[in-house]
Design a protein around this ligand. Structure first.
Ligand code: FBP
Length: 300
């Protein structure tokens, strides 16, 4: 969302999508308190849904489909893609995928969580290479938003202003530090493959552990301190836990735009063929050297 030259209509639209998610995320954060209980529903991945998951999903759907160039909306919390009402929505160019509450299991324990946005310019499911913008909003001590667009990553602090959300730039051209210091790996140790465990045994001797149960909070540690985050393929679940369209692609895009690497164990997450809206994928992101070593380790 550069200010360097007069912005193209497409940039203004992407900016409008990003701002709408920023504004709505503040509303979501303020409405979490009374919505910490589980509903009798499950999402398409078979996970129990919190009242907050369903409420946030509806809020994002309503506000994003009201943007004229949003063609479709999909979310981790619902099975199908919602097509925009063609008559109302002009060129319907962008296909938006949202994880309305990443790390939602942390709500009950009042730990970090947030929102993930992926803006594709092709119908869903789409390849990560079709992303025009990705972002996550992190509910930590502050509410921050990290946005990858136009080849660079920017971090903002989000605050309420008289005219709606204020996005105060705190870091521009965000890149991973060369010297990695932290790691975080999901899944239970007995469920790790032998190759992945061998890799972990090496890395844990070099780096400090940081794992909090919300991917975007753990990935933000990697962005700031350098290192590696993974939710790998497991013996019981070879495709891992995380979803390509809503989690793998946007986080892979952010880390790669910040000079790091992403991988499903073999190739960049952004090159993983899209098959289904809720397909899972092993997610590994971090400093290039650490991901190169991971791929070599998994290559057995
Ligand atoms: P959702 O909360 O969006 O379902 O996300 C999945 C997630 O919570 C990730 O944020 C996190 O990395 C992972 O699952 C934690 O899994 P586990 O509880 O197995 O460590």
């Amino acid at each position: 969302m550069s200010t360097r030259h007069s912005r193209l209509p497409s940039e203004m639209t992407v900016e409008r999508i990003v701002r709408t998610v920023a504004e709505t995320s503040l509303d979501v954060r303020e409405g979490l308190a009374g919505r910490r209980g589980y509903e009798d529903e499950e999402n398409p991945s078979g996970e129990k849904q919190l009242a907050a998951d369903l409420w946030a999903d509806e809020l994002f759907e309503e506000r994003l489909l009201a943007i004229e160039s949003v063609a479709a909306y999909a979310s981790e919390e619902r099975s199908g893609v919602v097509e925009a009402d063609r008559t109302a929505n002009g060129d319907g160019r962008y296909h938006v995928a949202i994880d309305p509450l990443d790390g939602s299991s942390n709500l009950r324990t009042n730990n970090t969580m947030g929102v993930i946005l992926a803006v594709y310019d092709s119908p869903l499911p789409a390849r990560g290479r079709d992303l025009v913008a990705s972002a996550f909003v992190l509910f930590g001590p502050l509410t921050t938003m990290v946005v990858a667009v136009d080849g660079s990553v920017t971090e903002y602090v989000l605050e309420r202003g008289s005219g709606g959300v204020e996005m105060r730039t705190v870091t521009e051209e965000l890149t991973l530090p060369d010297e990695p210091t932290i790691y975080g790996f999901g899944g239970r140790v007995p469920n790790w493959t032998a190759d992945f465990e061998a890799y972990v045994r090496e890395v844990e001797r070099e780096l400090k552990l940081r794992y909090g149960g919300a991917m975007i909070a753990d990935v933000n540690q990697v962005l700031v301190y350098g290192g590696v985050f993974a939710y790998p393929g497991l013996e019981s679940h070879p495709k891992g836990k995380l979803r390509l369209q809503f989690e793998g692609n946007p986080v892979g895009h952010i880390i790669e735009t910040a000079g790091g690497r992403s991988s499903n164990g073999e190739r960049s997450l952004l090159d993983v063929p899209p098959e289904r809206i809720h397909q899972r994928v092993p997610v590994h992101v971090g400093n290039t050297g650490l991901i190169d070593r991971l791929e070599a380790a998994l290559d057995g």
